[in-house]
Design a protein around this ligand. Structure first.
Ligand code: ACM
Length: 638
């Protein structure tokens, strides 16, 4: 059935008011209905603000600058002097009859007016993002400079989020992103209704926030020697007297500026100071806070650990604070004091992940401290440290959140847990009445490889778009009946930047998987549909392209799988799309487009051969050609 015939039949069946409108909005709204009427946008939108509100006015100023490239002016007031044929009317409602909550909104497009209603400015912001997505990304003028009017069909949207914590984390330690880059990243995420920016400010590779009490943290800790090559294995250690020139940090004034920028976009910033592990940059500045007190360097990505098959590791360079040293707590008290003063967020993240205990276990002073305090093992010692940090943070009027290792040895009262090694830590924490943010690596680690290894950077693991789309932060209520759903605050995607040296590549790795995560966090479960999401994602590929930020289109490329069958190596190719076909050669020949059309599993014959595959849609190539040599194909059998 063609789409128009389908629409006609559907309309007859349901009546116009109940018709689900076609749309390309991400994340999918709670409810979208087609209604009678339409709105035509030419070159002006008259703004009617039913209430004065400073934050909404700022949001509208920003929105108005975004519409300028489309040739649309926002004029204030729909009064007699206004020439605008189209009005945008914004109302803050007192009555929340449809559960909009703090961030929800209603958007009604019809009869020349766009009515946007919300309970709070956050809802207005989210409604504006939806409205922006109803408009095209760009609009070309004809030879006389006239632009085609934009016609929006009548539509009523009622929308609100499933979860209150919808985050993205950016690691600015492994790679330093400038203030302008961080703002741009926040700007993009806010368009998809993310509302938490988790700023991973410190790690072994750089300390990125000015702390006035300890200037060496940034004088020394923010800079490392410049190295390229593979992170963690191929980067030589700093040479004697080599100047540390790569890095940077944010002054407190810059941090305030970024916080204000984010607030105008309904984004709260959660700062992370990662202790007691991941502290090599701190210790480069203040080595006396480690057990060995040896002079360290800020790690340029040189080898620092041995990793074992069971997931455990041994640090070959000490990067942990000494939990038996009272000076460590006095130091952290001052750091978290400045951080609490700077960031208005309710939560402060103290890291707590991947803390190697070997240096503690080998240090006599630490062992004596444990004996004195009845601490039986290094897990309990870490728990002792975390509890003291929790006290420091809660004394400053903030709530502490940390990675799920903070559960080990006993969780500090009042601490919230960010569950990253799967959902289990979060489930355990919620069972003991702690708040949880779910960031399970197998669903939301945005640094993981998202396409074929022959064209993508191979890193710790893989994460496909479909898998990210299947993320649900809520433990299955049928299985986990003892969990209070209110304790699951939401979830977040995490972008670690060991191998991400630019903002452009950060976007490439973040999107489209962040679209999937935003939908997992915002949209009702019942509205989720991967095929439908893919169609909308393709429209947003274009929006990103048109904005000059290119994102990953690996979903156009096949998934290549190999298995042995009757002693033959058989290869299958598959795609998320029904309308994509593959052409391939397996005899080292070109052009691949003239090669075989893939219909079923084929044999990779013996010999020094390469598989070449190219995707096509409507006769046009799409995505990149994969080129996989025999050795790699064989490796995929394992
Ligand atoms: C983490 O990925 N180490 C939290």
């Amino acid at each position: 059935m063609t789409r128009s015939l389908f629409t006609f039949v559907f309309t007859l069946f349901l009546g116009l008011n109940a018709l689900i409108a076609q749309h390309t909005i991400i994340p999918h709204p709670v409810n979208v209905e087609a209604v009678e009427g339409s709105v035509t946008v030419e070159s002006e939108i008259g703004l009617v603000l039913d209430q004065e509100n400073e934050l909404i006015s700022t949001m509208l100023d920003n929105f108005s600058s975004e519409l300028k490239p489309l040739g649309i002016q926002m004029s204030s007031g729909g009064g007699a002097e206004s020439t605008a044929a189209t009005l945008l009317r914004i109302t803050l409602k007192e009555e929340d009859s449809v559960k909009l909550g703090k961030e929800g909104y209603e958007l009604h497009v019809g009869n020349g007016v766009i009515n946007l209603q919300a309970i709070e400015p956050a809802g207005v912001f989210n409604g504006l993002q939806t409205f922006r997505q109803l408009l095209p990304q760009t609009r070309v003028a004809d030879e006389e400079g006239n632009k085609e009017p934009i016609v929006l069909e009548g539509m009523r949207i009622v929308d609100y989020p499933r979860f209150g914590w919808r985050g993205l984390m950016l690691d600015v330690s492994r790679h330093f992103f400038t203030v302008e880059e961080v703002k741009d990243y926040i700007d993009q995420m806010s368009k998809y209704k993310f509302n938490v920016f988790h700023w991973h400010l410190t790690d072994d590779e750089g300390w990125r926030v000015e702390i006035k009490a300890f200037p060496r943290l940034t004088e020394v800790g923010a800079w490392r020697v410049e190295r390229h090559g593979r992170f963690g294995s191929q980067r030589p250690y700093p040479k004697k007297n080599e100047k540390a020139t790569y890095g940077g940090f944010y002054t407190q004034e810059e941090v305030k500026d970024v916080i204000a920028y984010a607030a105008e976009r309904n984004v709260t910033i959660i700062p992370e100071i990662d202790v007691p592990g991941h502290s090599m940059a701190l210790l480069a500045a203040y080595p006396e806070l480690s057990t060995r007190k040896e002079l360290k360097f800020v790690n340029p990505g040189s080898k620092f650990a041995n990793w074992f098959d069971d997931g455990t590791f041994e640090m070959t360079i000490e990067n942990t604070l000494d939990p038996s040293n009272p000076a460590v707590y006095a130091f952290l008290d001052m750091i978290f004091g400045e951080i609490a003063g700077l960031f208005p967020s309710d939560y402060i993240h103290m890291g707590g992940d991947e803390c190697y205990h070997g240096y503690w276990e080998r240090d006599e002073k630490v062992q004596a401290f444990m004996k004195e305090n009845g601490i039986k093992d290094s897990h309990e010692l870490q728990s002792y440290f975390v509890k003291r940090v929790e006290k420091i943070i809660s004394d400053k009027g903030k709530k502490m959140i940390g990675w799920d290792e903070i559960l080990e040895g006993g969780l500090a009262d009042g601490a919230a847990v960010m569950s990253w090694r799967g959902m289990q830590g979060g489930i355990e924490a919620a069972r003991s009445q702690h708040e949880v943010v779910m960031t399970p690596k197998e669903f939301v680690y945005l640094d993981y490889t998202q396409g074929d290894y022959s064209v993508e950077n191979k890193i710790y693991d893989d994460l496909s778009l479909e898998k990210a789309y299947s993320f649900d932060p809520m433990p299955n209520p049928n299985l986990f009946v003892d969990i209070d759903p209110e304790l699951i605050l939401g979830g977040q995607g995490n972008l670690w930047t060991e191998v991400i040296p630019s903002l452009q590549y950060a976007y490439y790795m973040t999107y489209p998987r962040a679209f999937a995560i935003s939908e997992s966090l915002w949209s009702p479960l019942a509205a989720k549909d991967y095929k439908n999401f893919l169609g909308r994602t393709e429209v947003h590929f274009e929006r990103f392209d048109q904005s000059g930020r290119s994102i990953a289109k690996t979903i156009y490329e096949p998934e290549v799988k190999l298995k042995m069958e009757n002693r033959k190596m058989m290869c299958t190719l598959s795609s998320d799309f029904d309308d994509i076909e593959f052409r391939y050669t397996i005899d080292n020949t070109y052009p691949v487009g003239m090669g075989k059309k893939y219909t079923e599993a084929f044999e990779v014959p013996p010999g020094d051969l390469k598989l070449r595959v190219q995707s096509y849609r409507n006769g046009q190539s799409i995505g990149r050609m994969l080129l996989i040599d025999r050795k790699d194909l064989e490796a995929r059998l394992k």
